[in-house]
Ligand binder design. Structure first.
Ligand SMILES: C[S@@+](CC[C@H](N)C(=O)[O-])C[C@H]1O[C@@H](n2cnc3c(N)ncnc32)[C@H](O)[C@@H]1O
Length: 509
């Protein structure tokens, strides 16, 4: 049972309080939490806006929630034609929240569309002017860290904030000072979360002053998710009464120096969490020692490994450039994977290996090469994710879901491609069994899963459908021994596919 929180839209069993080690304020548990339990649930944001490219394809009222339920036809606001909605209900909700205040500005700026942060600041300034925030909300918001003194040391960051604030002051005709608007901008930079869909695709910016009190740890105990405009912070580890709540502000699978760089650049602090304290230069393979001899794998393994890492990272950057075609990305990423593989010491779970594989899966999906994507998703599912994420982690669950979707697709229309790391046909995989297994595993973890309710509903309904299909053929996979044996046979074949694909990766296949 959660209790009503300190702000009207929040349900939580936490309290704010001073945090140790120069962290400013933080949130602390007022009860024990089990894995998967809601730590903070906020029904409405202080501000949330879509990224500019998402204005075209995502509803600005429900942030894609109803689209996920099958509503796909969006209509543009007849005033500004910048924002789009599922229907009148979504439009009227957003109109009341803030769009009535900003629509004319959007119209007057056309064809220019303000960037996401300027739209968010404009909303906050306009809502403040109209008295749409409660005194409590504004109180918590104004107490949030700004790091304005640190920002002032960085001329280009300061210029960016001043320029945006000037523009917002001008468009909003607000009587707030430019300085006060700059503080809003700095607070947004420092305290906003990535707004994501229920399937964890980034779509915009989101700020809630209570949730923003949560500090960072690379060894975090809670994760963030969204369903429409609702925010869910869930316990990814058991949390005891009195413990501080931590989320991760960054990708914590990267090496220590990368994490430290990202945290100091955007958030102005040095993380001293247990993981960072343990971490050496980068969780490097054991038995490596520094050597100054020339580049040669046998004489100088560390230099060889570092060169491979640098080359792989450069290739990853190239592959991720918007101007790189998906086909070119695939070639580049495969080359990078082979570089790392050729070191023989590089664990599959150490970055940038997982990032390269994630990107390769996306590139295969964008070229409709589902069999090649399936092989990579299977490697991720079996070899990478179990080491990087706990079973309840939303990222691990999402990756499993992607593998299940690919198995659904391949069970219906199987095509191999010359791109495939191995000839899937040779392995006679039973995609229906693989699908059942992955969904059964996801469904069995629903209670502890840190995914949002819509994700869980999707898993539940798909699992039911797959079970119904098997039962219609007289097979009950949960109880029938013969079926269970067939299931483990299918799984063993998938293991073989993964092994063969990894061998091929090593030789540059
Ligand atoms: C989103 S705010 C969190 C709330 C903030 N502590 C406050 O009092 O407003 C992010 C800021 O909190 C501080 N912070 C968060 N995690 C920290 C950590 N692990 N160590 C030190 N400071 C941290 C940094 O100043 C960072 O810029």
């Amino acid at each position: 049972m959660s209790s009503q929180g300190p702000l009207p839209s929040v349900t939580t069993k936490t309290v704010p309080g001073p945090a140790p080690n120069g962290m400013g304020n933080g949130l602390f548990a007022t009860a024990d939490f089990k894995v998967g339990e809601d730590v903070v649930h906020a029904k409405t944001p202080f501000v949330a806006v879509l990224d500019s490219p998402r204005l075209e394809d995502t509803c600005s009222g429900c942030f894609g929630k109803r689209q996920m339920e099958g509503n796909s036809d969006l209509k543009a606001c007849t005033g500004c034609r910048v924002v789009k909605y599922c229907d009148r209900a979504c439009q009227s909700k957003d109109w009341k929240f803030a769009h009535s205040l900003e629509c004319k500005t959007y119209q007057s700026l056309k064809p220019q569309v303000l960037p996401n942060n300027a739209r968010a600041i404009l909303r906050m300034v306009l809502r403040t002017g109209k008295g749409k925030y409660t005194t409590q909300e504004l109180g918590v918001f104004s107490n949030l860290e700004t790091h304005i003194a640190d920002i002032q040391k960085n001329q280009s960051q300061m210029d960016r904030i001043s320029l945006t604030s000037k523009a917002v002051k001008n468009y909003s005709e607000s009587d707030m000072t430019e300085e006060a608007i700059s503080a809003y901008a700095a607070r947004l930079d420092l305290n906003s979360f990535n707004l994501t869909t229920a399937m964890y695709d980034r779509i915009g910016l989101y700020l809630h002053p209570y949730a923003a009190l949560i500090n960072h740890s690379c060894d975090y105990n809670a994760t963030v998710g969204f369903e429409g405009e609702e925010l869910y912070i869930k316990a990814i580890k058991p949390i005891k009464k009195g413990d501080q709540i931590f989320v991760s502000y960054i990708d914590t699978t990267t090496p220590l120096e990368v994490r430290r760089g990202e945290l100091s650049e955007r958030y102005f602090f040095k993380c001293e969490c247990t993981k960072c304290q343990k971490g050496t230069k980068h969780d490097a393979p054991e038995n490596e020692s520094l050597s100054s001899s020339p580049l040669n794998q046998e004489d100088n393994p560390l230099a060889f490994v570092e060169t491979a890492e640098r080359d792989a990272l450069e290739l990853l950057q190239t592959a991720m450039k918007p101007e790189t075609s998906a086909e070119e990305s695939i070639k580049t990423l495969k080359k990078a994977l082979t570089f790392l593989s050729s070191t023989s010491t590089w664990p599959l779970t150490r970055q940038p290996y997982p990032q390269l594989r994630d990107q390769l899966i996306l590139s295969y999906l964008s070229t409709n090469n589902f069999s090649a994507a399936f092989i990579q998703a299977a490697i991720r599912y079996l070899r990478t994710d179990p080491q990087l994420f706990s079973p309840a982690h939303p990222i691990r669950q999402l990756h499993a879901w992607i593998l299940a979707k690919l198995a659904i697709y391949l069970s219906q229309s199987f095509e191999t491609s010359p791109e495939d790391a191995v000839r899937l046909k040779d392995y006679e995989l039973n995609f229906h069994f693989i699908l059942w297994y992955v969904l059964a595993d996801l469904a069995s973890r629903q209670m502890e899963s840190c995914t949002v309710p819509a994700f869980k509903r999707l898993v539940g309904s798909n699992f039911k459908q797959v079970n119904d299909e098997f039962r219609a053929q007289g097979i009950d996979l949960a109880t029938n021994d013969q079926a269970k044996a067939m299931l483990s046979g299918a799984w063993a074949k998938l293991e073989k596919v993964v092994e063969a694909a990894l061998e091929r990766e090593n030789i540059g296949g």
